[in-house]
Each structure stands twice: as C-alpha cells, then as structure tokens.
Ligand binder design. Structure first.
Ligand code: APR
Length: 272
C-alpha cells in the first residue's frame, strides 16, 4: 500500500475516533534541531549515559572531564534557545483544536508540545524549564530564555564545575531558599505521571506513537497498555522501533512530514 493511501487511512481513522492519544519521543523534536539520543550522531553517541545520564554520574563527570561537559552544555543551551515547535508539533496542536486529539504523553522535556498549543500534556520525564526545590520539593516554571540565559552565565562564570559552585548558581526556592534543579528525570530516578499516562493509554481508541525507539522503561510500556486495551496503534518513524510488530499502521516518514499531511486530509474532508 502506498504512503498516500496509508496517510488517507490514518486520516479516515482519526476522523471517526474521539479518544486519540499521542505517545512521543525525541524523534518528534528532531526537526526542531534537538538531536535524538540513539540515532547516529545522537546524544548517547557523543556522551556515555552512565557518565551524564545519572545525577552521581554527571557530578563525577563535571570534575573528571569539565571541558567536555562544559562544551556539551554550552552547545545544548544554544540548541534549546533556537528550538521551536516544528510542523509535526503544530499539526498535533491543530488535532487538539479539531477535537480529535486528547492527551499527549511525552518522554520529551523540551516544552514544545505546549508551545504548539497542546494543553493536555503528560510529561513522564519532566520539563527542563520547571525547577524543583532540592529540599522542600516546591516547583516553579521559568521562561525558556530566563533559564537558558542563567545556565549560559553560569557556564561562563564558573571556573570550576564542582558541586558547591553549581549549587551557588542554581535558582533559589521561593519557599525555603534552598537550591532548585531542573525537574527532569535522570536514569535511576522516579518518573512522573506514570499512572495518569497508563490510564490515558488504557482508555484510548487510537494511539499515535511518534519518534521513539521504545527502549526506555517504564515509559515504553505506554503503547503496549493501549494495545492490550484494544486500541489501534499507528506508528510514525522513519526507522524501525520496538513497536514495528505492534503497529496496525506504520508510516516510515518523519513526524514533521506525515502529521501535517494527515491534518491536511482531515481539513479537506471538513471543507467538502
Ligand atoms: N520523526 C519521527 N521519528 C524520528 C525522527 C523524525 N523526524 N527522527 C528520528 N526519529 C526516530 C528514530 O528513528 C528513533 O526511533 O525517533 C527515535 C528516537 O529514539 P531515541 O533517540 O531512543 O529517543 P527516545 O525514544 O525518545 O528515548 C527515550 O531515553 O535517553 C532517554 O530520557 C531519554 O526520553 C528519553 C528516552
């Protein structure tokens, strides 16, 4: 079956479905200039997840290889400062406005789904711009520019990337004055909203699986939960993932290409 026909089939399916959920990963933001983790040239190609993906690993690496970590963080700040919702994100915003898409369950921490207009976003791995107090747990969201500019200043001014110096640079909690860290989930830490994500998956009739390799648990179990509950699973990914055999429809395209084409078909149907 040709790609055009597959895209039409997905549009037809979404048109008659009302409980549509999205499960997204790093591939969703690749076209916004944010590298994925496991693709060639991805983040885990540049750095060892053991060295920077866990709290203790990162602190250890900061003192053991400060230049490598500093340039990685400086580059990451630039990447996130430039990142904006791509046509794939905007298409999901349009699907929510059309009353088709309900909840977006994401592994991404880049806030791009919300910036594209999606309001029901469950962030399993947290959000880079939301800060959490290391002491009392109080949370506060900073503007992207405010947070990233602060990181850039810290990287410029901090001669040494050791813990005491970093703690002095972290934003202070409004409630208890203690340091706050980005509310993102590192390896070995508790994920967020897992129960809500499993419930949304078990309750949907269609799940769109977008740009994820599906290898990191417990998040990767979300599509399986939807499938077990009888949902139709549609995957959009230019390469094969662990969901290839679970997918009822697989569209081997980039999400920024496929999703706008699907929305276009739905809008055409609405106009006719
Ligand atoms: N559109 C759709 N899919 C894409 C695109 C694109 N433009 N570009 C790449 N992909 C696909 C790749 O083929 C791959 O299957 O996106 C997937 C990205 O996989 P990973 O890099 O493993 O990212 P992800 O699945 O989100 O990783 C899960 O691992 O490192 C941790 O916490 C991190 O949330 C992350 C988790």
């Amino acid at each position: 079956m040709g790609l055009e026909q597959q895209i039409q089939n997905v549009a037809d399916l979404l048109k008659k479905s009302r409980r549509v959920v999205v499960f997204s990963g790093a591939g969703m933001s690749e076209e916004s200039g944010i590298p994925t983790f496991r693709d060639p040239g991805g983040i885990w190609d540049q750095l060892d997840p053991e060295e920077v993906g866990t709290g203790p690993g990162l602190l250890n690496s900061l003192t053991r290889m400060p230049d490598k970590i500093r340039s990685f963080l400086e580059n990451t700040v630039q990447v996130f400062l430039r990142a904006r919702p791509n046509p794939g994100h905007l298409a999901l915003g349009a699907l929510e406005k059309m009353g088709i898409l309900g909840t977006v369950i994401t592994q991404n921490v880049d806030n791009l789904h919300q910036e594209a207009g999606n309001r029901q976003v469950l962030e399993i791995h947290g959000n880079l711009y939301r800060q959490r107090c290391l002491s009392c747990g109080y949370r506060k969201t900073l503007e992207r520019e405010v947070f990233l500019t602060r990181v850039r200043e810290a990287l410029r001014e901090l001669m040494q990337l050791d813990l005491p110096s970093i703690l002095r640079f972290l934003p202070q909690c409004d409630q208890c004055g203690k340091p706050m860290r980005p509310d993102v989930v590192m390896f070995g830490e508790q994920v967020h909203v897992l129960h809500e994500s499993f419930r949304a998956a078990a309750d949907c009739s269609v799940i769109l699986v977008l740009g994820t390799s599906g290898v990191v648990y417990p998040a990767a179990a979300v599509p399986q939960r939807a499938k077990e509950a009888g949902a139709t699973l549609i995957e959009i990914n230019p390469s094969e993932s662990v969901y290839r055999d679970l997918a009822d429809i697989r569209i081997p395209l980039k999400s920024g290409q496929a999703l706008p084409a699907i929305v276009e078909r739905l809008q055409q149907a609405q106009r006719s």
